[in-house]
Write a protein that binds this ligand. Sequence first.
Ligand code: AMP
Length: 270
Amino acid sequence: LRIVRHHAELRELGHEVGFIPTMGALHEGHLSLIRQSASERLVTVVSIFVNPLQFGPQEDFVRYPRDEARDADLAAQAGADVLFVPDASWLTEGILTTIHVGKIGDRFEGEFRPGHFDGVATIVCKLFNLIGSCRAYFGLKDLQQCAIIQAMVRDLNMPIELRFLPTIREVDGLAMSSRNIYLTSEERDVAPNLHRILTDCAVEMANRPVKSCLEHAAQTLKALGLEVDYLACVDRNTFADCTVLSAKSALIAAVRLGAVRLIDNLLIEM
Ligand code: AMP
């Protein structure tokens, strides 16, 4: 594994590059993306950058878990060739130009985290420019992020081939996330209910109107102590509400559990 701290050293990557942008604190979700790129025999580049542009002022930028040595070991074992770790803030400090993602970015995560998706899109665009034409891998865990990156690549004609891979879960169903370490042991026991209730809701929606299933699921979440920021059924590409299920529908949710915010989603199989 070659550790690269400055983009000048990225020049000799060649053409067949697989790129996995991350904020570090790697877990099986990230590693599944790295393994997929490596299995496609691409020069596999993993970036680690805790992007200040995508954190709100009250969010966890300062305490976000950082452990480069551990991440380097895990990335190497999963088949990464290059770890791109831009030093601190030279990527974002003083920039005048940013990406505005438009209406997909204003709803759901975008409503609860104003500016978040513009921050994500801006840094992903910059990383794409530094890496060059590549195949880039993203996790469906962050479904709205996938839709936004897909729209950005299409709208701005970026020479990037996108791959979206399934959410990796703990055995009890909790979607893996670098932030799960913030959960207390009591919260950790409650957290898998989010996936369970989304799964139940998807089953129910085959027989009952979408709206009433969502209401029922929201009540169940609340009764378990999960405060619902949003729970919705949307088109997975446009994030417009779905009142009737189609093969493009997805259930999306964000809940708060103590100080931790969990997001998850389920693609509807039809
Ligand atoms: P992050 O480090 O949180 O910015 O995530 C980096 C990439 O890993 C993003 O494309 C995420 O969607 C993806 N990812 C995070 N958690 C998971 C998971 N549990 N399963 C699959 N992909 C994930």
